[in-house]
Each structure stands twice: as C-alpha cells, then as structure tokens.
Design a protein around this ligand. Sequence first.
Ligand code: HEM
Ligand SMILES: *[C@@H]1O[C@H](CO)[C@@H](O)[C@H](O)[C@H]1NC(C)=O
Length: 334
Amino acid sequence: MKSRWLQLRPRQQSLILAAVVVVLLLAAAQLSEAKLSRSYYASTCPNVEALVRGVVTQKLQETFNAAPGTLRLFFHDCFVRGCDASVLISGPGDEHSAGADTTLSPDALDLITRAKAAVEARCANTVSCADILAIATRDVVSQAGGPLYPVELGRLDGKVGTKAVVKHSLPGPGNNLDQLNKLFATNGLTQTDMIALSGGHTIGVTHCDKFVRRLYPFKGAKPQYSPPMNLAFLRQMRGTCPLNYSPTTVAMLDAATPLKFDNGYYQTLQQQKGLLSSDQVLFADRRSRSTVNYFAANQTAFFDAFVAAMAKLGRIGVKTGSDGEIRRVCTKVN
Ligand code: HEM
Ligand SMILES: *[C@@H]1O[C@H](CO)[C@@H](O)[C@H](O)[C@H]1NC(C)=O
C-alpha cells in the first residue's frame, strides 16, 4: 500500500489528496446540518403519523379554520428561531405577544395540543412538538385538497420562546418584492420558493387592518405604494371593511376558492384581487409575474414547487443535542 502510494507521481498524489479533502468537507457539512429523516420514529413511535392524522381529521370536522391556522403556525415557527416549536411556548413575553404572531389561530394551537396528547398517550417523551407541528401541517394541507408529501422528522424542541426576534423575522403585508426576497433568502429560500410558499394564502383569512390602507386614500397620510386592485373588487372590499371596520372582521385571502388548497390564489392575483399588498406585488412586479402566471396555469407545477419549498422551510434552524429537548407539554419548556 505504502509503496504503491510512493510509486504515484506527485501530481497524481495531490489529486487524490484533494479528492479526500473534498469528501471530508462534504461529510463535515452534513454533520453540521441536523439530519432529518422520514423514518426517524420508525422504531420508537411507528404510529406517530397516524395518531396525528386522526386528530387533524377530527379537528377539521369541527372547524376548517384549523387548516390555514396550522399552516401559518408552522411558517411562523420556522422563521422565528427555526422549526423548534418555540412559537408554541406560552407565558409572559412569549412569541405570541409580538407583531404578526398576535393573530395566530387558537384553533391551530388547540390542534397541536390535542395531537401532542394523543402521541404522548402512546409514545411518552419521544416525539417533539416541532415534529408534531410539521406532520399536522402536512395533513391540513392534504386534507384541504393540497399535495400529500412525505414529511422529514427529527427536530428537537427549542428551550427559548420570547418576543425579542419576532418582528424582524417575519414578513409584513406591506413588503415589496425586494423585502420579501431578502427575508426569505436569509432563510435559504429562493424567490421561486417564496412565491410557492405564498400560495399558502390559497386558504385562510386576513383582518381588515392588514389591507385597509389600499382601499382608502387617507388624507394627510404618506402615500404608500400599493399594487393595482380590481375596481369592482375594491368597492366590494370597502363594503367588507368600511372605514370604521370592526377589528374582528376578516376577509378571505383567496377570494375565489378560500376553502380549497389549489392554485386559485395565483389566478386571484392575475385578476388583481389579492388583498395583501405583499401578495399582489408578486404579480405586479415583472420579476415575479412569470412565476405567478406559471403556477396559475399549472397546478401540478405549483404543488411540486410548494412541496420542495416546504421541505426547505422545515429544515430551517433545526435544533440538535443540548440546544433542544423533547418537550413534555408543547406550551412549556421542560
Ligand atoms: C410572503 C410573505 C408573507 C406575508 C407578508 C404574510 C402575511 C400574512 C398576513 C398579514 C396574514 C393575515 C393575518 C391576520 O390578519 O390575522 C396572513 C395569513 C396567513 N398566512 Fe401569510 N404571509 C406570508 C407568507 C406566508 C407563508 C410562507 C405561509 C405558509 C406557507 C403563509 C400562510 C398563511 C395562512 C395559511 C394564513 C391564514 C391564517 C388563518 O386564516 O388563520 N403565509 N399572512
Ligand atoms: C405542468 O407542470 C408539470 C410539473 O412541472 C409538468 O410535468 C407538466 O408538463 C406541466 N404541464 C403543462 C401542461 O405544461
């Protein structure tokens, strides 16, 4: 062995050494990224996916709101401190007490509490709340008519959940394309991922305050950029959200098919009936319009892109080792 190595020319030796270094670097990169896998609980809790699915089916029979609510909960969990169920922690100064997280769905939180209880009853101290949220999200999407995809598992629950980083971690309804791209890029997501994930707005609702600025030219207020809105739709929305709107009034994010996870959201944008400026801008800006048109025309292409982007979303900031734990109750660190 040794003599063969010495028989090689220096050039061949350095090539082999370079190859070995590359392999080692790749292995190190794999290690530094937490390893998620589809079969993570195969031996420790083989029924976990069926247990969660049962709770999701039951909850959605009670209220459809849990579907959009859970999908949004997962997105907000992953963008704030990574997918570590930090969003579920409840107490003074928790994530819910800041910014966009103040309107997270109580039905979604209830769904996760119930799913965790069902899983704990069969596999105590085994499955993380972060993974239960990921499974439940997959199930609400498919049960609402969206794609059914394999979900990666193996996240630990975080030990910190405070409002400190919430505001700058989440996008806002007034964001333009550059702002959206920038925030998603810091999470390793491309513009196409961002457009596909925004398709989550094919289900669910928004409160009047998130888009009312687009309906009325406020006197004295700074003119704010707002992409064009269909005029008949604008008049209709003034009916839904009058100037003295109630803070509890909501409107559907996808006016066409609000209860179905489909590509109707993108068709809504083509008709300039997107409620949030951050949604309509995806069609208004020429740099993203072709992707909106593509997803509006081809639901399979949207579903494929959504599934790929959800996998990337689910890998953000995954906790391992002493950074995490299997929380006993999802609303409290152990
Ligand atoms: C691209 C940047 C995004 C912005 C600016 C944004 C903003 C918003 C806003 C303002 C609402 C309404 C909140 C309320 O009034 O209570 C909302 C709702 C929602 N968002 Fe997003 N969002 C974005 C991306 C996403 C992503 C990536 C997902 C999931 C993949 C998502 C899923 C949802 C869902 C399902 C709802 C409805 C929630 C419900 O009905 O309970 N959003 N979003
Ligand atoms: C729609 O998109 C899928 C997935 O990308 C692709 O295989 C299919 O050919 C597309 N269909 C049309 C009609 O373009």
